[in-house]
Design a protein around this ligand. Structure first.
Ligand SMILES: Nc1ncnc2c1ncn2[C@@H]1O[C@H](COP(=O)(O)OP(=O)(O)OP(=O)(O)O)[C@@H](O)[C@H]1O
Length: 230
């Protein structure tokens, strides 16, 4: 029997407090390539903080976060930055694109910053945007919200990440664009072989994931069906 690959993300015993409030207390989460999970939760429950801890943006109080089998707490800042660039793609609520650049330049820039060749980056960006159905435009400012968010997804994918993190990726979209972007995101684990972790308030988005989780008593629990909107 062939050996299963190690998980892309493995969190064990993660604890983190802000002041005297324990946001996480022994939180566990494992995600492998091809899998998706969503985290639902009210405002302030710690969803964005969890993503920041996974990215190693600030230190946890205790526990272990392993990305592509490397423990991030044991890494230097520069090694962690390289691991992030190589292994993680990130989609934010408002896209966070550079408004004066074209869709293609927004996407290609992410590949060039990761050390890719400029001509190859442009060609891959153009292919990816075509596949995601984004029209050409001199700047991203003239695109619709849904189109801009698809540019953000293309930018997150250009370096072929093992793990895609999305923080309220549909929070700024109307219902039609929300559904298109959610369909696209949740098609990626099987099409691209990445793992996907989405944090959202939106049950209809969350329910597309293989596992729908919620933060309760400092850890992740499977969300009740009533919470999942099913
Ligand atoms: N730097 C900080 N200093 C103090 N409190 C903070 C800080 N960052 C976050 N918090 C608090 O930690 C809690 C979790 O915040 P977080 O942004 O992770 O929640 P969230 O679930 O993502 O919320 P939302 O859905 O509104 O984005 C909140 O109560 C927030 O006020």
């Amino acid at each position: 029997m062939s050996k299963l690959p190690n998980p892309v993300l493995a969190i064990s015993g993660l604890s983190y407090s802000i002041g005297n409030r324990a946001l996480f207390d022994g939180l566990e989460l494992t995600l492998s390539q091809g899998e998706s999970a969503s985290i639902l939760g009210p405002s302030g429950s710690g969803k964005s903080t969890l993503l920041s801890l996974i990215l190693g943006l600030f230190p946890m109080d205790s526990g272990v976060v392993r990305l592509d089998d490397e423990s991030i707490a044991d890494m230097s800042i520069s090694a962690l930055a390289r691991l992030r660039a190589r292994a993680i793609g990130m989609v934010f609520q408002f896209g966070e694109l550079l408004p004066e650049l074209s869709p293609q330049d927004n996407v290609a820039l992410a590949a060039m910053l990761a050390g890719g060749d400029a001509a190859e980056a442009q060609s891959r960006a153009s292919d990816l945007l075509k596949r995601l159905g984004v029209p050409d435009s001199p700047t991203v400012e003239t695109l619709s919200g849904g189109e801009r968010q698809r540019v953000a997804v293309a930018r997150a994918l250009i370096n072929k990440p093992l793990l895609l993190l999305a923080d309220e990726p549909t929070g700024a979209l109307d219902e039609e664009n929300r559904d298109k972007v959610a369909d696209l995101l949740f098609s990626l684990p099987s099409e691209q072989g990445c793992a996907l972790l989405v944090v959202t308030h939106d049950r209809s988005v969350a329910s597309r994931a293989d596992r729908v989780l919620t933060i309760a008593q400092g850890s992740l629990q499977v969300a009740a069906e009533s919470e999942q909107g099913q």
